[in-house]
Design a protein around this ligand. Structure first.
Ligand SMILES: Nc1ncnc2c1ncn2[C@@H]1O[C@H](COP(=O)(O)OP(=O)(O)OP(=O)(O)O)[C@@H](O)[C@H]1O
Length: 257
């Protein structure tokens, strides 16, 4: 059974002008998959992530997560679901400036009232792996962008969530740090069999994934699987992007791998 099923999801924002951000979108995500979601600006990617993460509700259709329907949960169940099952990585890192790196990383466990011994053990294991052991007592403003994103990744992993949701995780990083973060996500995906859904505009970032799902105007457009070298996959991603179109400037930030 897939870990996540998006079934006929439609999202309509009502306002002065009615806006159909997603239109009958359906796809599955398997456990251990590293999925990229791409599409032109305004195609509904963030709306989709918000619905998967239960921040927002679909107008119709449903999300099935490990056989359950989180949108039917009550407030307490929802809070518990987000805290336990989901890990978030954002473009702007979203670290709390007044907390140390270590305090930021353990936040999901602190909020879940987990024992200190467990926190210490997990922090040690994760920070050694992510090369963060020497910055544990620093504050976020003392970190480089790459370090800050690695801290955010550690925070997203510390509670061993079922799915990691990443919204443009390399959007604020230079090419060197982007590559490091992507290699790290790829390693976490393989070594821990972690399921990752990553929204990105960057075809290089997408080329680290197993599959790229393309959406346009809130609808399924295409999907391609990586079955060959990353360089070739990158080329195939560019080919679909050129068919997809989009607003001028959407592809202007493309760097060559
Ligand atoms: N809260 C909202 N109220 C009304 N319309 C919204 C709201 N959020 C998003 N939209 C609209 O829904 C559509 C999809 O927006 P969304 O942010 O999901 O796109 P996106 O693919 O993430 O775009 P980008 O790549 O620019 O971040 C857009 O037309 C947007 O204007």
């Amino acid at each position: 059974m897939p870990i996540l099923q998006v079934v006929d999801v439609t999202k309509v924002y009502e306002g002065k002008v009615t806006n159909r951000a997603l239109n009958q979108l359906s796809f599955d995500v398997e456990k251990g998959e590293f999925l990229a979601v791409m599409g032109p600006s305004g195609s509904g990617k963030t709306t989709l992530l918000n619905i998967i993460s239960t921040i927002d509700k679909p107008t119709s259709g449903e999300i099935i997560f490990n056989g359950t329907k989180p949108h039917l949960f009550n407030k307490t169940e929802l809070a518990y679901f987000r805290r336990r099952e989901l890990g978030f990585i954002f473009q702007d890192f979203n670290l709390l400036p007044m907390l140390t790196v270590e305090e930021n990383i353990v936040l999901p466990l602190t909020l879940d009232n987990q024992p200190v011994a467990l926190m210490k053990e997990r922090v040690k294991e994760l920070t050694e792996k992510l090369g963060l052991s020497s910055v544990l007592n620093k504050r976020p403003d003392e970190l480089s962008g790459g370090q800050a994103q690695r801290v955010a990744i550690a925070r997203a992993l510390i509670h061993k969530p079922s799915i990691i949701l990443a919204d443009e995780p390399t959007g604020n990083l230079d090419s060197h740090n982007s590559r490091e973060v992507l290699e790290l996500l790829s390693k976490i995906n393989k070594e821990r069999n972690a399921t990752i859904i990553m929204v990105t505009h960057d075809p290089i970032a997408a080329s680290f994934c197993d599959r790229v799902l393309f959406i346009k105007d809130g609808e399924y457009f295409n999907e391609i699987y990586r079955d060959d070298r990353r360089q070739t996959f990158f080329q195939r991603i560019l080919n679909v992007l050129s068919l997809l179109g989009g607003r001028v400037g959407d592809l202007s930030s493309i760097r060559l791998p």
